[in-house]
Design a protein around this ligand. Structure first.
Ligand SMILES: Cc1cc2nc3c(=O)[nH]c(=O)nc-3n(C[C@H](O)[C@H](O)[C@H](O)COP(=O)(O)OP(=O)(O)OC[C@H]3O[C@@H](n4cnc5c(N)ncnc54)[C@H](O)[C@@H]3O)c2cc1C
Length: 648
């Protein structure tokens, strides 16, 4: 079929919300930056500006199309990185503002820093700057209206769980916001809403030779509807040899490292990838690899070629069942990871319908109480936020969006200066504010470009990590009849553009009701991890980032429509008819980089790059989950707590 006809069939001509327009007002302020920020740098009289976020109707969660690191959010930072940002061109506009604290980065860490600082000093005046058009950092809210109904999704950070025990500070922050995940467990009603719907695999012709949907995966024996591995594999297009090797891998109780102690095995497994474990120790046919390759994408951002066999043992991947490795936590690059068969801590499934964006919203409502009505963790979900109240003159806490910090320096000698100057770019201009201290809760690798005065060794450490790129695509559809007809709720598609596809996890909380019947609109979640198998992990992330920034929304849209059509059309799905809106949450700088035993040295305690990178420098403290080299919400909060204490 000619591409044009194919596009028509997929519905590429259908008008879906793909532009950042709101109430008829273009709020894609970034595109003006993208168009020519640098040559246009100008100086205007202080106070003459009115910014998009202050205007009525400004409500970014409702925007669809390319979100996450949306156009306009990163160009200034990239110009600063490339040395093209002329911060001294023209004159800086001095706003005349002086704060107790300026925080760079309005993610969970930056917001938590404001919260902790206010607890310490209830009269403190705080300014938070963020380069995005919305607050929350990775904890972003996607809001859709389909058939008059509100549908919510997380644009990034979804769950409150962490492999680490929550610290007292992080736990009490949640408690003070009224969030008690274990208590909210019953609000997650997976079993009721999707009763009888199974998980499935989709084998695509490009990877596996033919397009085939196989419904129902192998489940542990004894579980209702369980099929054995051989029964399951017989339905797949995998060759007989591959099937036999998968059954052996899954079921044989073999010791592939005989003669070694449990600790010696752990050490060896920590230095080989799971892919090498499969090929070299289990000696499976190479045709087995595509079936498992992307299984580590969601947690690590790379395939099994980039994740140690020990980590895969920790995740209960197959192959270790006969190896007699002692269960329990194990040390992974300076922190303790959970091992196979370790009793899970607080195994709650609850998450807010918009993920941890509800935590960000709850924090902001605590800091600026009249920004939204209500006061509970239930009512935060549907509370209407008035963005024009985020940055008011008379407010002690101000949140300034679409504002990229470009320079942070002490006003004088860092050893004795009483103030810090923070310059930021916003809507074609550059502004200056002052503060008694600053918390940089932005990404580590940005900080050397902001703070020329930091010691070189610290700059080097800040640059070490490479954030992990991800895409969370969200597709609003008129109904989920096709899923119901096929009897599926989530599909693993290891060879396709998005490797995971599934119905939104059903959570009803407060006034928010998730879709209850197949006739109702719903959100489909799709995940993509751009990486380049075979390269060291950090290079894979850099390559993935490059790919993301050069992929158009149209390419995403075509891939999404094609993939949904191929998986669901047997159930009656028609992408041209059924898709109402698409949001691609693009995160070229996603998870904090976690050290990888395959490529990174095992630094002594206190000497990991993140330990050196987060050192306070004069009145500048450093937060963000990068500062912990651990991509979790509790770590972002803990780092905020530490940074605020360092400045106290
Ligand atoms: C797709 C995705 C899914 C995730 N899922 C989970 C999950 O389920 N559970 C979990 O615990 N964690 C998850 N994470 C990890 C997540 O990063 C952390 O949990 C947490 O949200 C990080 O918060 P943060 O404030 O440290 O960083 P961020 O959320 O990254 O916030 C930092 C902010 O600083 C801004 N910034 C950077 N430079 C500048 C500058 N120069 N000027 C102004 N602003 C700047 C950034 O743009 C960003 O908005 C996920 C991450 C991603 C990307």
């Amino acid at each position: 079929m000619a591409l044009r006809d194919q596009d028509k069939e997929l519905g590429m001509h259908r008008p879906i919300g793909r532009r950042d327009f709101l109430n008829g007002v273009a709020i894609a302020l970034g595109s003006s930056l993208a168009g020519g920020f640098l040559p246009d740098l100008e100086c205007v009289a202080e106070g003459a500006e009115q910014f998009a976020q202050d205007k009525p109707g400004y409500y970014p969660p409702i925007l669809t199309g390319m979100r996450g690191s949306h156009d306009g959010s990163f160009e200034v930072a990239h110009a600063a990185r490339d040395g093209n940002f002329r911060s001294n061109a023209g004159s800086l506009i001095n706003t005349g503002e002086t704060y107790d604290l300026v925080i760079v980065g309005g993610g969970i860490s930056g917001l938590a820093a404001a919260y902790f600082h206010r607890k310490q000093d209830p009269s403190a005046r705080i300014l938070i700057l963020d380069n995005h058009d919305d607050f929350g950092g990775h904890a972003k809210r996607n809001e859709f209206r389909v058939g008059g109904r509100m549908l919510l999704a997380n644009g990034g950070t979804v769950s409150i769980e962490s492999p680490f025990p929550y610290s007292a500070e992080a736990r009490s922050l949640l408690t003070e916001l009224g969030i008690e995940p274990a208590k909210f467990e019953e609000k997650f009603d997976d079993g009721k809403v999707y009763k009888g719907l199974k998980s499935a695999y989709f084998f695509d012709k490009e990877t596996f030779g033919t397009d085939r949907l196989v419904i129902g995966g192998p489940a542990p024996r004894g579980r209702e509807g369980a099929v054995s591995w051989s029964e399951f594999l017989a339905k797949t297009p995998l060759s007989e040899t591959v099937q036999k090797d998968i059954v052996r891998l899954q079921e044989a109780k073999a010791d592939y490292l005989p003669g070694l102690s449990s600790d010696e095995k752990k050490d060896k497994l920590s230095r080989m990838s799971y892919k090498d474990f499969l090929l070299k120790l289990v000696k499976v046919d190479p045709g087995v690899i595509p079936f498992y390759q992307t299984r580590t994408h969601g947690l690590f951002g790379v395939g099994i070629d980039g994740v140690s066999a020990l980590d895969c043992w920790g995740l209960r991947f197959p192959g270790f069942q006969g190896m007699n490795i002692a269960p329990g936590p194990y040390r992974r690059m300076g922190f303790t990871a959970m091992g196979e068969a370790t009793p899970e801590k607080e195994p709650y499934h609850f998450h807010f319908p918009d993920g941890n964006a509800s935590i960000a919203r709850a924090l902001i409502r605590k800091l600026i109480p009249d920004v939204a009505p209500g006061h509970t963790a239930e009512d935060i979900v549907t509370a209407e936020f008035d963005y024009s109240r985020l940055d008011r003159n008379n407010s002690a806490i101000r949140i300034r969006l679409s504002s990229t910090a470009v320079r942070v320096r002490h006003a004088g000698d860092p050893a004795s200066a009483k103030e810090v100057e923070i310059s930021y770019a916003r809507e074609k201009r550059t502004y200056n504010v002052r503060a008694k201290g600053t918390v940089l809760a932005c990404w580590n690798m940005m900080i050397p470009y902001l703070c020329a005065e930091l010691p070189d060794i610290q700059k080097q450490a800040l640059r070490y990590g490479a954030k992990v790129p991800f895409v969370y695509s969200v597709v609003a559809v008129k109904n989920w009849k096709a899923f119901h007809t096929l009897g599926i709720q989530r599909v693993s598609s290891p060879g396709m553009y998005h490797t995971g596809v599934g119905l939104d996890q059903p959570v009803s909380i407060g006034d928010y009701k998730c879709s209850q019947t197949p006739d109702e609109p719903i959100l489909i979640r799709m995940t993509r991890t751009p990486c380049m198998p075979g390269l060291p992990e950090r290079d894979q992330h850099r390559a993935g980032r490059g790919e993301l920034l050069s992929t158009s929304f149209q390419t995403f849209e075509r891939n999404i429509r094609d993939q949904l059509s191929r998986i669901l059309s047997a159930g009656g799905f028609d992408p041209a008819r059924d898709i109402e809106a698409i949001t691609v949450n693009r995160w070229p700088h996603g998870y904090a980089y976690e050290y990888n035993p395959l490529w990174d040295p095992d630094w002594p305690d206190g000497l990991r790059p993140c330990d050196i990178a987060r050192k306070r420098f004069g009145r500048i403290a450093i937060a963000n989950s990068d500062a912990a080299a651990a991509a979790y919400t509790d770590q972002a909060i803990d780092q905020a707590y530490r940074a605020v204490r360092e400045l106290a």
